[in-house]
Write a protein that binds this ligand. Structure first.
Ligand code: PLP
Length: 382
């Protein structure tokens, strides 16, 4: 982009890091063979894929064989849920538990399963966007085959009690999946210690490229391939591996994990400055937990305004923010996440999400505060 912008929509996607770009170009230039080919070029590309698999699995605390590369996290979410449902149905278990504010990759897959005769329970996330473990415990039935709870919410940044949820599932012999798209690279994750059986991730949320993701599935879980074709990914995901994107995803995640503590302190300080500034605007309401939220997440409603109009006014000033999930933009309906928190339709329609990363600066935050204030006043006058 040639013009100067302030990019504050990092929950939608992030700018690729130099480390990721370098890994991607290296593969484009030098490792262009097909990893399934037996010749030297193919084997060199395969080595890149396997190296990336080892790097990512070490960062998640799992075995390399437990990681399957996918085209995105939506695919990983679909595959995790459909696989658990298929195994569950074979064992006479057709009940799945999730939450009311999951990403649509989870919710729409569950809707489809419901049409096919599965029973779905969606847990309440209460006012701050956090499930209550005791409610999860009560919801688990003898026929429950899967619990899927997102690690951190993409709109309001609330973080779920994942380790405890996983423990409750394991006590009752139920598989536990987490959509950790907003958490990986931002929050320390150890799938074994945190009782996670399946986990979905996406590179473009941690300064990696778009169009590449992964699914961790604990050894022994039978994954159903969603794509018919070759035997790539040990038969779990057909299609030639996207070698440059896989290598770039590993490079990006390694860099984010190595610098996580320092990035978190820096980004949290920006978040607090922004929350403080926006709270001074009359009629502002912060959505989600005050402190226990993703370091870069800020989500506010401004009474008597419209979130979409507000974000368009900011875009005219070169400030990129959003009303919520990029996948739901353009929808006339208010955010299902904010409705799940119990917000009224009109308040939910006024929400904006501002999501920060390590590339943002204090000056940018001050500019955002000032422009949001002006835009809110303008909308209220109109
Ligand atoms: N899950 C969550 C929580 C997300 O935020 C997103 C992306 O916005 C996805 C899943 C889908 O990720 P992808 O774009 O890789 O399909």
């Amino acid at each position: 982009m040639s013009e100067k912008i302030i990019y504050a929509d990092n929950a939608a996607t992030t700018k690729m890091s130099a480390a990721a770009k370098e890994a991607m170009l290296r593969c484009i230039d030098d490792y262009y063979g097909n990893p399934s080919s037996l010749h030297r070029a193919g084997q060199a590309a395969l080595k890149e894929v396997q190296g990336a698999r080892e790097t990512i699995s070490a960062l998640l605390g799992c075995d390399a064989k437990e990681l399957t590369f996918t085209s995105c996290a939506s695919e990983a979410d679909n595959q995790a849920i459909i696989s658990a449902a298929k195994t569950g149905a074979q064992n006479g278990k057709k009940h799945i538990i999730s939450t009311s504010f999951e990403h649509h990759a989870v919710l729409k897959t569950l809707e489809k399963l419901k049409d096919e005769g599965f029973y779905i329970t969606l847990l309440n996330v209460h006012e701050t966007g956090v499930i209550r473990p005791e409610e999860l415990e009560k919801a688990i039935r003898p026929d429950t085959c899967l619990v899927s709870v997102m690690y951190a919410n993409n709109e309001i940044g609330s973080i779920q009690p994942i380790e405890e949820a996983g423990r409750l599932c394991h006590e009752k012999g139920v598989l536990f999946h987490t959509d950790a798209v907003q958490a990986v690279g931002h929050i320390p994750i150890d799938v074994k210690k945190q009782n996670i059986d399946m986990l979905s991730l996406s590179a473009h949320k941690f300064h990696g490229p778009k169009g590449i993701g992964a699914l961790y599935a604990k050894k022994g879980i039978l994954l159903t391939s969603l794509i018919n074709g070759g035997e790539q990914e040990r038969g779990k995901r057909a299609g030639t591996e996207n070698v440059p994107a896989i290598a770039a995803m590993a490079a990006a995640l390694k860099e984010e994990c190595e610098n996580m503590d320092e990035n978190t302190v820096y980004v949290k300080a920006l978040r607090e400055r922004l929350i403080f500034g926006l709270s001074q605007i009359k009629g502002s309401v912060l959505n989600g937990e005050r402190y226990d939220r993703l370091a870069g997440n800020v989500n506010f409603c401004f009474e008597q305004t419209d979130g979409e109009m507000l974000s368009l006014l900011l875009s005219e000033k070169g400030i990129c923010i959003s009303t919520g999930s990029a996948c739901a933009s353009g929808s006339p309906e208010p955010s299902h996440v904010l409705m799940a928190l119990g917000r009224s339709r009109s308040i939910a329609k006024s929400a904006v999400r501002i999501s920060l990363c390590r590339y943002n600066t204090e000056d940018e935050i001050d500019c955002i505060i000032s422009e949001v204030r002006k835009a809110v006043e303008k909308l209220r006058r109109s």
